[in-house]
Design a protein around this ligand. Structure first.
Ligand code: HEM
Ligand SMILES: CC(C)=CCC/C(C)=C/CC/C(C)=C/COP(=O)(O)OP(=O)(O)O
Length: 303
């Protein structure tokens, strides 16, 4: 336990980046972008002052709850992270932050985040708590060590942010918000299995039953390809249901051609460089898709 005399500005400056790292800030930020798109799409027009206030509170609340589950993930995964090259330098794995301190930090984030969402509405709060528990408990604690389908089922938690954003503005479960959730849900397996392919040794060492460990590289590449086809089909739905117009269709087609071509080449060529490329591109793809759906909506339905 730190004594009061140890709480100096210098010590805080030293420890703050480590606490920030526990929150998985880059992942949470991309999730927040998808939640913002959900919020903006739910708006009937230019937001009122009250709605801007709700959006700010919801953004803080969703980010803090997501960060809290990321911190718990570091604690639960301490021993696994120590065995994997990619994660062994993490603050909890290295013992720079004790599990107890990390859990206190996670609790504080969860309490403040929930407090913010309580001011927004109960539906948004409950769904966010469901996603938080989904990642911290269902995925990390229960599914990750027992089944290679951990990320398909656990992916529901990571896919929820657009719905969380939507309900912050309009407290009902809209079919269009569910379409956005479905897109991230179909996107998650190729996003993660591409990484698992080139990090397979890590997962073997840590005895985590990820798909390339349990079913091999060829089976994983085939499943990346199949989920990519599913992703292409699912991403056509906003246009087919007339929620989005031609601008979205053209943009998403461009993004999909590159996604499919990488997934197809990875399936044929068995290259680790291609797996790395697909993983990196999956993030650009998701950001591009959400930007396209938002711009399309603003240009054709708002203006
Ligand atoms: C269960 C679902 C998911 C799994 C298993 C997963 C897995 C991973 C893993 C293992 C990494 C770490 C890569 C590294 O440390 O080099 C990563 C990175 C990343 N993921 Fe995911 N992910 C999931 C869902 C999501 C979702 C829903 C989003 C965004 C909406 C997302 C966005 C990102 C981003 C932006 C990075 C890069 C972070 C960085 O560069 O530090 N992920 N993902
Ligand atoms: C409220 C809300 C929206 C919650 C979502 C929570 C959240 C931060 C999900 C992140 C998904 C993710 C990075 C999974 C990887 O975990 P991993 O343990 O497989 O990866 P690692 O080995 O890099 O830790």
């Amino acid at each position: 336990m730190a004594t009061l005399s140890q709480v100096t500005p210098r010590n805080i400056a030293l420890i703050a980046p480590q606490y920030l790292e526990l929150c998985k800030p880059k992942v949470v930020f991309v999730m927040l972008i998808t939640a913002w798109v959900g919020m903006l799409l739910a708006l009937p027009g230019i937001p009122t002052f009250h709605q801007v206030g709700q959006m700010i509170l919801a953004s803080v609340g969703i980010s803090l709850c997501a960060a809290s589950s990321a911190v718990v993930n570091h604690v639960v995964d301490k021993w696994r992270d120590q065995k994997m090259q990619r994660t062994q330098r993490r603050p909890v794995a290295q013992g720079q932050i004790a599990s107890k301190q990390a859990l206190l930090f996670a609790s504080a984030l969860l309490i403040i985040g929930s407090g913010c969402l309580l001011q927004v509405n109960l539906l948004c709060l409950y769904l966010t708590l469901f996603a938080t528990l989904g990642y911290a408990v269902l995925y990390t604690l229960v599914l990750k060590p027992i089944t290679p389908q951990n990320i398909t089922i656990g992916g529901i938690a990571g896919a929820l942010p657009p719905l969380l954003g939507w309900t912050a503005i309009s407290p009902n479960i809209s079919a269009h918000a569910l379409l956005l959730v479905l897109i991230i849900f179909a996107w998650t397996p190729p996003h993660f299995w591409a990484l698992a392919l080139y990090r397979v040794k890590d997962y073997q060492k840590a005895e985590v039953p990820m798909l390339p460990v349990t079913h091999g590289q060829a089976f994983t590449r085939l499943h990346i390809l199949l989920y990519s086809v599913l992703l292409v089909i699912v991403t056509a739905l906003p246009w087919l249901s007339q929620f989005s117009s031609w601008l979205y269709l053209v943009s998403v087609s461009y993004l999909n051609i590159k996604f499919m071509s990488l997934a197809w080449r990875l399936y044929k060529e068995k290259s680790m460089t291609l797996a790395q490329k697909l993983f990196k591109y999956s993030i650009v793809y998701l950001l591009g898709l959400f930007l396209a759906i938002l711009l399309d909506r603003i240009l054709f339905f708002w203006l």
